[in-house]
Design a protein around this ligand. Structure first.
Ligand code: PCA
Length: 325
């Protein structure tokens, strides 16, 4: 008995010595599937922080909405239930129109323009987040958004009455303006929604269609390049202020690397996943000229509406972006 407690005491001391004094685990909820490039980027960001802090902070990612569902992640971080998380930024457009700057149709339709738009918007978004007790770390774009349908569609008239899966206000509005019926569903749940006929269409990237194997239900992907929305990684500001400067510097460094690496992956994943949709049996093609023209007109309406909702700060983002062209 004595020997056993002695052994236990020795083990306890050894373990304590091997672990830095302030070792902490930071759980990081993420909404998208583990194989998705955003989730891979987040996991590598976590490893970078763990290595960089000598194990003082271990970031453990929880993809697929397994810890908190997408719609609950921001609140979980704000209220300190977790220290860090990742979410689609425009998912918060219903709180503040400014969060929808990256889902304004046809404003920024390429990776280069999406980066410029982010540069123009970042100080404003950081400010809005700071007012909500959140500190921005990095943001990575999704590939360009196109339209998925079960059946062939050549014009907006063909879309009338189709059930449409939306992921933010802009996508719901797009559905309304095209005569479709929007229903908001998290990416983690779309395979089932399409399989059961809850929805028959959506706007998203090739990446999300590929991740969720939508070819099991849908047959057409039209490349529209409507916008490139971003996921962002953010920290509870109280947790952030509790870190010493050296640790904050490691996190900032890892975040910068993650933004760069994630963007690179997003570009690589664009072609790869469109090919994956084709291999799954889908028709992947540019939208018809008629459809493109009609969507442009709808895009103009949505741009006007967004500028009205986002006020002077929104207009300043668009002006700054246009000034970079
Ligand atoms: N995929 C995410 C958002 C944008 C994208 O390409 C989704 O469909 O939920």
């Amino acid at each position: 008995m004595k020997n056993i407690s002695k052994l236990a005491a020795t083990l306890a001391v050894t373990t304590a010595m091997a672990t830095p004094a302030l070792a902490e685990t930071w759980d990081m909820p993420m909404a998208y599937s583990g194989s998705n490039f955003h989730s891979v980027t987040g996991a590598e960001f976590g490893k970078c922080v763990t290595t960089g802090t000598g194990g003082a902070i271990e970031i453990v990612t929880h993809p697929s909405g397994s810890l908190f569902k997408g719609a609950d992640i921001k609140r979980a971080v704000q209220t300190g239930q977790v220290n860090i998380g990742e979410r689609l930024l425009s998912g918060h457009q219903n709180e503040n129109a400014l969060f929808g700057f990256d889902s304004v149709p046809f404003l920024a339709t390429s990776f280069d323009d999406a980066d410029k738009l982010w540069e123009a918007a970042k100080p404003t978004i950081e400010k809005v987040l700071a007012e909500q007790n959140l500190t921005l770390l990095y943001a990575v774009p999704w590939p360009p958004q196109g339209l998925y349908f079960r059946d062939e569609v050549n014009s907006v008239a063909d879309m009338k009455g189709i059930k449409f899966r939306s992921y933010n206000n802009a996508t719901s509005r797009l559905a309304e303006l095209t005569g479709m019926l929007p229903v908001t569903i998290e990416a983690a749940e779309i395979s089932q929604a399409f399989a059961t006929g809850v929805a028959d269409s959506m706007v998203s990237s090739g990446a999300t269609g590929y991740d969720r194997k939508v070819w099991e239900s849908l047959n057409y992907f039209y490349e529209v390049d409507a916008w490139l929305p971003r996921n962002y990684v953010f920290v509870n500001t109280d947790s952030w202020n509790g870190l010493d400067e050296a640790t904050q510097n490691v996190m900032r460094g890892c975040a910068q690397m993650a933004e760069y690496a994630g963007t690179w992956r997003s570009k690589e994943y664009t072609g790869f996943t469109l090919q994956g949709l084709r291999d799954g049996g889908m028709t992947v093609a540019p939208a018809s000229d008629t459809m493109k023209g009609e969507l442009q007109t709808i895009g103009e309406t949505m741009t006007t509406e967004w500028l009205e909702a986002a006020g002077a700060d929104g207009a300043a983002i668009v002006d700054a972006f246009k000034g970079m062209q």
